[in-house]
Design a protein around this ligand. Structure first.
Ligand SMILES: [Fe+2]
Ligand SMILES: [Fe+2]
Length: 268
């Protein structure tokens, strides 16, 4: 039986892209009595070294119409998936004493993120682009100080980044559909569907780990600025996706009433 620590370390520290894409083996041993391990930065091949955010320019959603810009959008989305793969593995190493059911969920989501990466890589290939052709930023890796424990992890990853992706993935899917790239639209819709389950995971564990606090208040208490409600949604708000993710009405209402901001702090 493979120890989850060995598997997760290979994902985070591996210096080849292929190291990140190895699916979780059957019968992974999830219990880990070892000390927490907080890895400061991922191993990467040369072409996937993290660059400052200003060098990783991503076209806006209207860029979907132009295949060259569409490829850049897919490259940026694949980079989000790569970081999600690494950070779900990172969490397995950082939180060895977390409940086994929580750790099992991390492994399942990690495997989904690997599938998402493969979907985007396939669409990029159709547009003559390979992952690593453009610089990659470290949007999620730059937030390690937010991930102090399992509760903070689900507030940052599940209830902020993945929550916002309920809007973004839907916007991109619609834009791809409108310009006739149905294969890209299908890939994005698959990601959108899976993201609903990932947000659900975040919400379930928010409730389990903070059982005595009203969920939206618990989220506010454990998410750290600049993350928070303003970053947990896009300009268009997909209420139905949040309902399907199981968020309570008060949580959804509060998010819907929040004006979204970009990572720069500008309004969306
Ligand atoms: Fe994903
Ligand atoms: Fe996800």
């Amino acid at each position: 039986m493979t120890a989850v620590r060995n598997y997760a370390e290979q994902i985070v520290r591996g210096e080849r892209l292929a190291d990140k894409l190895v699916p979780p083996p059957d019968g992974l041993e999830l219990e880990d009595a070892g000390a927490p391990l907080r890895i400061a930065a991922p191993g990467r091949p040369q072409e996937l070294r993290i660059v400052p955010v200003k060098r990783g320019i991503v076209p806006p959603v209207v860029g979907m119409r132009d295949p060259a810009q569409r490829a850049r959008i897919l490259h940026a989305l694949a980079n989000h998936e790569l970081q999600a793969i690494e950070l779900f593995a990172w969490a397995l190493l950082a939180f060895p004493a977390a409940p086994v059911a929580f750790r099992r969920g991390l492994v399942a989501i990690l495997a989904d993120e690997q599938r998402h990466f493969a979907l985007y890589a396939e669409r990029m290939a159709a547009l003559a682009t390979a992952f690593g052709d453009h610089p990659v930023t470290g949007h999620f890796w730059n937030k390690l100080d937010h991930l102090t424990g399992p509760l903070e992890f689900v507030c940052a990853m599940g209830l902020t980044f993945e929550n916002a992706n309920l809007d973004f993935a839907g916007d991109y899917a619609r834009a791809a559909r409108e310009c006739g790239d149905t294969a890209t639209a299908d890939a994005l819709e698959q990601v959108h569907t899976d993201e609903i389950a990932h947000v659900h995971f975040g919400y379930v564990w928010l409730r389990r780990l903070a059982p005595d606090t009203e969920p939206f208040q618990a989220y506010l208490a454990h998410v750290q600025f600049p993350l928070g409600p303003k970053r947990a949604r896009g300009a268009r708000f997909d209420r139905e996706a949040r309902e399907r993710a199981g968020l309570d009405d008060a949580f959804i209402d509060a998010l819907e009433a929040t004006a979204p901001t970009r990572p720069s702090g500008e309004p969306r």
